[in-house]
Design a protein around this ligand. Sequence first.
Ligand SMILES: Nc1nc2c(ncn2[C@@H]2O[C@H](COP(=O)(O)OP(=O)(O)OP(=O)(O)O)[C@@H](O)[C@H]2O)c(=O)[nH]1
Ligand SMILES: [Mg+2]
Length: 258
Amino acid sequence: MYHLLSGLYAEWTRKEQFNILILGLQSVGKTSVLEKVKSIYLRTPPPSPQRITPTVGQNVFNLSLPSSNLHFWDLGGSKSVRSLWQKYFEESHALVWVVDARLWDDLARGDENPTIGYSAYDKIKKGKGKANYDDDQAMSEQREESWTTLAGLMAHPSLEGLPVLILANKVDDASSSSLSTSFPADHARNPKHIKSWFQARMEGLVEKDIDIDSRDDISRRARRNGYWTTSSPLDKEENLNGDKGYEWEVIGTSAIDG
Ligand SMILES: Nc1nc2c(ncn2[C@@H]2O[C@H](COP(=O)(O)OP(=O)(O)OP(=O)(O)O)[C@@H](O)[C@H]2O)c(=O)[nH]1
Ligand SMILES: [Mg+2]
């Protein structure tokens, strides 16, 4: 009887566990973001940025909330370690995709303050974030690489349909007047120009649900980039007939400020 009751009690009070995968290209600040989350919840100071080195394996953090346990996996973003990503796909419940908000500076500048006279690249070169983008063209390529990599993840059979939170990190160092000066003001948390940039591509991705050729393209590219090795990843019937809505949101963050 005792065992039955204690079993029932354990079942009733059992917290659900959600595994959250934190991914993104190299140096966008994934580990710094996770350290920031840890420091907020554990009420401890975050490590100094110098102590955070490029991730080769995984960093984990368990966060126990009243109703659930969140288990975070932060993996390295450099090309040489992306092949590890797929080991985590099967067990993930949500994806956090981290991007460097500064890569969208030129778009925000055009929209909101065309009089700012320096290139986004100059700002990054002189700024504190030490990004290595050679020019505006390189920034635009990096944006596209971030998107195609994310699209490959969202089309993977184990991740398809998972909620995606896009963190536009480093807003403290973004040159756009709408982001940098007053973080954490609301508009910095809600970087509309980055959201509309992703919106256009998300719509394309949903359309590709009914376009087998495009989806095969996505999976081919993902395999070339080393983070998918599945050889026949798509259930074509399901993708043709399924209703593949994606739940996603963009939030501006700074791992070292605000
Ligand atoms: N200005 C600024 N710099 C940041 C921010 N977050 C991270 N950085 C810097 O960006 C660099 C890379 O940070 P990491 O946290 O190691 O990036 P990562 O995405 O984990 O990198 P990999 O593990 O190599 O994929 C470091 O120099 C950080 O100090 C931020 O919010 N603002
Ligand atoms: Mg890292």
